[in-house]
Unconditional design. Structure first.
Length: 374
């Protein structure tokens, strides 16, 4: 395991850190640097912007409200938020379609960061301290050409859906979505280092976060200081690898939503991800089938400069959470297609070792896992 993590660093990631739980043991390790200028090392307990892993937290909060009868999964979103999704689409798109990305609403990011359409990083720098309103971003997605028909599969992954779910939470609870998620999901799971950032800076030990933007930023730029209002309840959370494993263990063990809600969350449909691949997506959960290793549930996430993945086996006996501090390292070829990079192979090997090695975790710093291990 340690050599596999070090290989990710040597392949080109400045810093990587992980926690793996298996066979009653927990392994934490880090390799590389948190700051390429000073050489400050990464450590296993650092906080990280975990991107779209936030969607699982938001989906769990929605399911709690479904259990209380305040939200109906198959009700039109127009019944709740007619001003945000007006007219026929508001009548056709259901809450379930927002959760599983089959609403047909396109992602707003290309409109919030317009220079990306011209292959320029200018928008990333311009928006570093910009404060977006959720309704403003939702409007970009709703007003754009549809990505598909409501309910059609494969669905199209879209952050617009999860900002709408945040607005829905506020509508039915009377509290800001971030406050509700903190009180009823984060605190229920007893996560000590997870939360929505209060401003552009991350509190506590963390790495700088380097964005290559497919070679447009050379060298990669540090975006660790950034106003995360551009992604809100879709991808703004900060967490640690220990907290992520604790969260998914608690969720998949029935400790955050009911068993019936969890069954709904595990009902998957094919969805086209932002990178063009097709994934099996439930209600805020990815399903990952690995030949010879079994089925895993969880999510991955990327924001500018930070990438994270967290997966838990269906039986709850094995967990993996990995963070890296560089994103979009694949430079395009002459046709514009991102080229394969040694980092891709190193990460694949790390994930395979973490999820598929038989028996206990082999590492000199492996210790007995806490009681929360499922």
């Amino acid at each position: 395991m340690k050599s596999a993590l070090e290989a990710v660093h040597h392949a080109g990631i400045p810093g990587a850190f992980a926690e793996v739980r298996a066979a009653g043991q927990v392994w934490r390790e880090a390799s590389g640097v948190a700051d390429v200028r000073t050489g400050r090392p990464v450590t296993p307990g650092m906080r990280q912007r975990v991107g779209s892993i936030t969607k699982t937290f938001t989906a769990a909060a929605i399911m709690q409200q479904v259990e209380q009868g305040r939200i109906r999964l198959d009700a039109p979103i127009g019944d709740y938020l007619p001003r945000l999704v007006p007219g026929e689409r508001g009548r056709k798109i259901t809450v379930r379609m927002l959760l599983n990305n089959t609403s047909g609403l396109p992602d707003y990011i290309r409109y919030a960061f317009p220079s990306l359409q011209d292959m320029s990083p200018k928008s990333l720098d311009d928006n570093r301290f910009r404060r977006f309103r959720p309704a403003e971003l939702i409007g970009m997605g709703v007003d754009a050409p549809p990505a598909g028909e409501p309910g059609a599969t494969p669905g199209v992954y879209s952050n617009t859906n999860y900002l709408l779910l945040g607005e829905l939470l506020e509508h039915v609870t009377g509290a800001p979505a971030e406050e509700y998620i903190t009180r009823n999901v984060i605190e229920r799971a007893r996560l000590r280092h997870t939360g929505f950032p209060a401003g552009p800076r991350i509190r506590g030990p963390h790495s700088r976060m380097y964005e290559a933007l497919w070679g447009l930023n050379d060298p990669p730029r540090d975006y660790s200081v950034y106003d995360m209002s551009w992604t809100g309840t879709g991808a703004a959370l900060v967490s640690t690898m220990e907290d992520l494993n604790r969260f998914y263990g608690k969720l998949l063990g029935g400790g955050i939503v009911s068993r019936s809600s969890l069954a709904e969350m595990r009902r998957t449909v094919p969805v086209i991800a932002l990178d063009g691949t097709t994934i099996q997506y439930g209600l805020g959960l990815h399903k990952v089938d690995i030949r010879g290793c079994g089925t895993f549930w969880g999510h991955d996430g990327t924001v500018w400069g930070a990438g994270t993945i967290s997966l838990t086996s269906a039986d709850g006996k094995r967990q993996m959470s990995v963070a890296v501090n560089l994103q979009r390292w694949n430079q395009p070829d002459s046709s514009g297609k991102p080229q394969h990079h040694p980092i891709d192979d190193a990460l694949k090997t790390l994930y395979q070792r973490a999820m598929c090695d038989n028996g206990s975790v082999h590492a000199e710093n492996a210790s007995q896992a806490p009681e929360t291990t499922p």
